[in-house]
Design a protein around this ligand. Structure first.
Ligand code: C2E
Ligand code: MG
Ligand code: MG
Ligand code: MG
Length: 292
C-alpha cells in the first residue's frame, strides 16, 4: 500500500519536477545575463530605533525582474546562484551597488546610515573575501562603518578558526557584522561567545506569534539577555504589527525591522524619504530662536 502510495506521489510529482528542473536550468542560464542586462536591483529595508524612530541603517535585498518570468524572489534564485557559483559575481555587484547607495544616503545627513549586504556562506569562505570588501571601500572611498555585512550561522559549520580570523580582519577594517536569522541555525552559545561580531538579528519566526506564544517570548527574552552580556546589538526581524512592536518594546528591544516600518524599497524612494525626514528635523530647530 505504502509503496503504491509512494509511486502515485512520485508520478504526480514527476510532471512538476520536470517543469521545475527545466525552469531551474533556464533561470540559471538567464542569471548569467541578469547583471549585464540590468535586471537585478537592490531594494533597501530600514532598520529603525524603536525608541527614537531614527533609521539606523538599511538592509540591501536583491530583486530580480526577469523579462519573461517576472519577479523572481531571492529565496528562489539565490540558492541556484549558490549552486552554480554565480553568487560570487552577484555579491560583488551587490557590494558595489550598496556602497554607491550608502554614499548617496549619507549625503547631508546628520548621522551615519549603513547599508548591510547579505553574504552567502560560499562567498564568505572564499580566501579573497576580505580583500574584496577592502577593495569596495577603497574604490568608493567610503568609511567602513557605512557598509555592514550579514552572515549566517552556517558559515561556522566547518573551519571555525578561519571564519573567526576573517571576522576579525573585517572588524579591524571597521566593518560591522551581523549574524542573520539568529535562532534558526546550529550555533551554540559557546560559538556565539567566541564570535567577533557586533549584532545579531533575531529571526522573524520567533516574532510571528510572540504576543500569544509564551515560549517565543521566553526565547526572545533569553536572546536579548545573552546579547546584552556579550555586548551585541539585537535587531528584531519581521515586525508586522503594532502589538508585536509594543510587546517587543516592553521586553526592551531597541532595533527593529519589518513591514510595520517599511517594506524593502527602491533607492530613489529611500532617498526621497530621507530627504523629507531631514527636512523635518530642520524645521523645529529653525523654529526655536535659541538654536538659530
Ligand atoms: P534575510 O536576509 O533574512 O532578509 C529578510 C527577509 O524578510 C527579506 O525577504 C525581507 O523582505 C523579508 N521581510 C522583512 N520584513 C518582513 C516582515 O515584516 N514580514 C515578512 N513576512 N517578511 C519580511 P527577501 O527580500 O525575499 O529575501 C529573502 C532572503 O534572500 C534573505 O533573507 C536573504 O537570505 C536572501 N537574500 C536577499 N538578498 C540577498 C543578497 O543580496 N545576497 C544573498 N546572499 N542573499 C540574499
Ligand atoms: Mg539579511
Ligand atoms: Mg534576516
Ligand atoms: Mg530571516
Amino acid at each position: 500500500e505504502a509503496r503504491k502510495l509512494g509511486r502515485d506521489t512520485w508520478c504526480h510529482y514527476t510532471g512538476d519536477l520536470g517543469a521545475a528542473v527545466s525552469e531551474r536550468m533556464s533561470i540559471s542560464t538567464d542569471l548569467q545575463n541578469a547583471v549585464q542586462d540590468n535586471q537585478l536591483t537592490l531594494h533597501y529595508q530600514p532598520v529603525v530605533d524603536g525608541w527614537t524612530g531614527a533609521i539606523v541603517g538599511y538592509e540591501a535585498l536583491m530583486r530580480w525582474y526577469h523579462p519573461s518570468h517576472g519577479f523572481i524572489p531571492p529565496n528562489r534564485f539565490i540558492p541556484m546562484a549558490e549552486e552554480s557559483g554565480q553568487i560570487v559575481e552577484l555579491t560583488q555587484w551587490a557590494l558595489d551597488c550598496a556602497a554607491r547607495a550608502a554614499t548617496r544616503m549619507n549625503q547631508g545627513l546628520p548621522h551615519d546610515i549603513y547599508v548591510a549586504v547579505n553574504i552567502s556562506t560560499l562567498v564568505f569562505r572564499r580566501t579573497d573575501f576580505v580583500e574584496r570588501v577592502t577593495d569596495v571601500l577603497k574604490r568608493h572611498n567610503i568609511p567602513a562603518r557605512w557598509l555592514e555585512i550579514e552572515i549566517t550561522e552556517s558559515m561556522l559549520l566547518d573551519d571555525f578558526a578561519s571564519a573567526i580570523e576573517k571576522l576579525r580582519e573585517l572588524g579591524a577594517l571597521g566593518v560591522r557584522i551581523a549574524l542573520d536569522d539568529f535562532g534558526t541555525g546550529y550555533s551554540s552559545l559557546n560559538y556565539l561567545k567566541r564570535l567577533p561580531i557586533h549584532k545579531i538579528k533575531l529571526d522573524r519566526s520567533f516574532v510571528n506569534d510572540i504576543v500569544e506564544d509564551p515560549a517565543d517570548a521566553a526565547i526572545a527574552r533569553a536572546v536579548l539577555a545573552v546579547a546584552g552580556l556579550l555586548k551585541l546589538t539585537v535587531i528584531v526581524e519581521g515586525v508586522e504589527t503594532e502589538r508585536q512592536f509594543a510587546f517587543l518594546k516592553r521586553l526592551r528591544f531597541t532595533q527593529f525591522q519589518g513591514y510595520l516600518f517599511a517594506k524593502p524599497l527602491p533607492l530613489e524612494t529611500v532617498l526621497a524619504s530621507l530627504l523629507a525626514a531631514s527636512g523635518y528635523q530642520v524645521l523645529p530647530d529653525a523654529a526655536q530662536p535659541s538654536q538659530a
